[in-house]
Write a protein that binds this ligand. Structure first.
Ligand code: GYE
Length: 311
């Protein structure tokens, strides 16, 4: 089985269960894939899924969760936009005895406020990207520009830390500029344009590290617009493994990505099913895989495989 495929065994029947899903928004291709996979994983188990899109705003998520509590849902799935500020609303869910499962991002809150968290090891993702670059450049000097994710979100904090750890052993590699591109393609492009301007038209930049593929795709466009070759003049490494980055890798315009499965809901619903069946307490952190892909891993085939799965 691959990280993207759904479980091959019979899924628990959760018909009759009503589950609220507080989604962040639709900032990236990965996020859109997660939304559609969550809907189909819920449907496959007979769950009545109530979907709320927060348009990137924590206040909207808090409102949605309070709404779910008022409706008396059986459980809540939430992808927390930022890491802090959840204690009160999660305490309200706990008081109402509604289990909450975190999807894809972590929070700084007491662990008894949620049942489990299904996410990748985001520090590891950054480290894998950094170690790839260390291998790639050897002992050449390399100035890296970094496109960070949403300010205050766990993937932005952890992917920054992990990458810094990954390059720590290489004194020839330095991060020279680092700014948020909010996980979006358009901001990634905009911020990359500014980086290029302040780096001798891009001549001083050796690589761009983007906290997600969408920002990398935006940066690739900015590099092309500046008359440089992405993937060659400026190396591109990012995280997610969305179809578009495989197209870019196949074209030689991106170099590496670290895959993040969009199927967080499958393990989350399985954990809830076991919990409801006999009170089984899931592991507090259910960690998904982080696999590196480069041009050597059949990027066209990876693109086709994702498209075939409805990504
Ligand atoms: O990598 C990015 C998205 O929360 C880990 O959020 C997730 C990140 C994902 O917008 O593309």
């Amino acid at each position: 089985a691959t990280a993207l495929s759904t479980a091959a065994f019979a899924q628990a029947d959760l018909s009759g269960k009503v589950i609220g899903f507080s989604q962040i928004g639709s900032e990236s291709g990965w996020r859109a894939a997660e939304t559609s996979v969550t809907r189909s994983e819920a449907e496959a188990r007979g769950v009545d899924l109530k979907f709320a899109d927060a348009q990137q705003k924590q206040e909207n998520q808090i409102k949605a969760i309070r709404g779910f509590i008022a409706q008396g849902v059986d459980a809540i799935l939430m992808a927390p936009v930022v890491a802090t500020g959840w204690d009160d609303v999660l305490a309200e869910a706990k008081e109402a005895e509604i289990p909450v499962v975190l999807l894809d991002r972590g929070i700084d809150a007491p662990e008894d406020l949620y049942l489990t968290s299904v996410a990748s090891d985001q520090v590891l993702e950054g480290r894998v990207a950094g170690e790839w670059l260390v291998n790639e450049v050897g002992d050449e000097d390399c100035s890296v520009v970094e496109l960070q994710g949403t300010v205050g979100s766990s993937p932005a904090i952890n992917r920054k830390q992990g990458f810094e750890e990954g390059i720590a052993s290489a004194s020839n590699i330095k991060i020279t500029q680092s700014q948020t591109g909010d996980f979006t393609r358009s901001k990634g492009k905009e911020v990359m344009e500014a980086f290029l301007k302040s780096s001798n038209g891009g001549a001083d930049i050796c690589a761009v590290y983007a906290h997600n593929d969408d920002m990398a795709v935006g940066a690739i466009q900015a590099i092309k617009d500046a008359g440089l070759k992405p993937g060659t003049d400026i190396k591109v490494v990012s995280i997610d493994g969305v179809p578009d980055i495989f197209t870019a890798i196949a074209a030689g315009e991106a170099n590496a990505t670290v895959e993040l499965t969009p199927n967080m809901a499958g393990p989350a619903l399985d954990a809830l099913a076991a919990y409801w069946a006999d009170g089984t307490e899931p592991e507090k952190f259910i960690i998904t895989e982080s696999k590196l892909y480069t041009a050597e891993n059949d990027p066209q085939g990876e693109y086709d495989r994702r498209k075939g799965l409805g990504y």
